[in-house]
Design a protein around this ligand. Sequence first.
Ligand SMILES: Nc1ncnc2c1ncn2[C@@H]1O[C@H](COP(=O)(O)OP(=O)(O)OP(=O)(O)O)[C@@H](O)[C@H]1O
Ligand SMILES: [Mg+2]
Length: 238
Amino acid sequence: MSNYIKLINNFDSLKLNTFRNNIDSFIDEVNSGKINVVDAFYSLTEKEMAFRQDRVNKAMITTSHFPYVKTFDDYDFSYQPRLNKDEILDLKNLRFIQNNENIVFMGTPGVGKTHLAISVGIECAKNRYQTYFINCNELIMQLKKAKLENTLARRLKHFTSYSVLIIDEVGFLPIDGDDSNLLFQLISMRYEKHPTIFTTNKSFNHWGEVFNDSVIANAMLDRILHHCKVFSNYRSFL
Ligand SMILES: Nc1ncnc2c1ncn2[C@@H]1O[C@H](COP(=O)(O)OP(=O)(O)OP(=O)(O)O)[C@@H](O)[C@H]1O
Ligand SMILES: [Mg+2]
């Protein structure tokens, strides 16, 4: 067996896929004298690192449970001239995570609230922050089930542990007082610990109706809005 074949086998054993796929061009380039061996090796290792980074990014994005994958690059800000594009794109810097700031995307249906929440979430996931996307009603169902099964404390701890939690569609369906209290508990536990991103079609003065309890709604809003960026200047298409 030639050393070349042994080299290929070693790459396979070491799972160095990018080395394996680029070794021929590496050898050809070095042999031709176009590139010195240090630069060629550096380029090869950069390719391997990029491949691994991409694989981790994909895994982090998969575990974040996004309903679809769309980024800021897919968002057409010209449709939303009143949105502050710079302020939204600054979310990519993830300062809101360092500052434990919540984010609320508020607006009428179809304006891109979920899209933007996912775009922020993807940046978080790519930067290795444990991120999780969940629909508000699904979250409440899960907390209700946990309460019935006497595992509420554990479930709340689980949802509190995410570095970034995205709660989509707050207010799409009314929530009764007991269920609102479950969500309030979660928001209290995450308060000043980890940021939460919300999307909602209801302005804050309607949250009392949404949660069927103005006291809980106000207590929730106190905690959410204490450190929060609200994006609500969407142009409505309705
Ligand atoms: N400005 C935009 N640029 C590109 N795509 C957009 C834009 N606005 C909305 N979309 C697309 O339109 C679709 C609906 O957007 P999205 O689901 O984010 O709306 P929403 O505000 O969350 O609506 P809902 O209140 O019904 O949940 C998505 O596929 C989204 O990518
Ligand atoms: Mg939505």
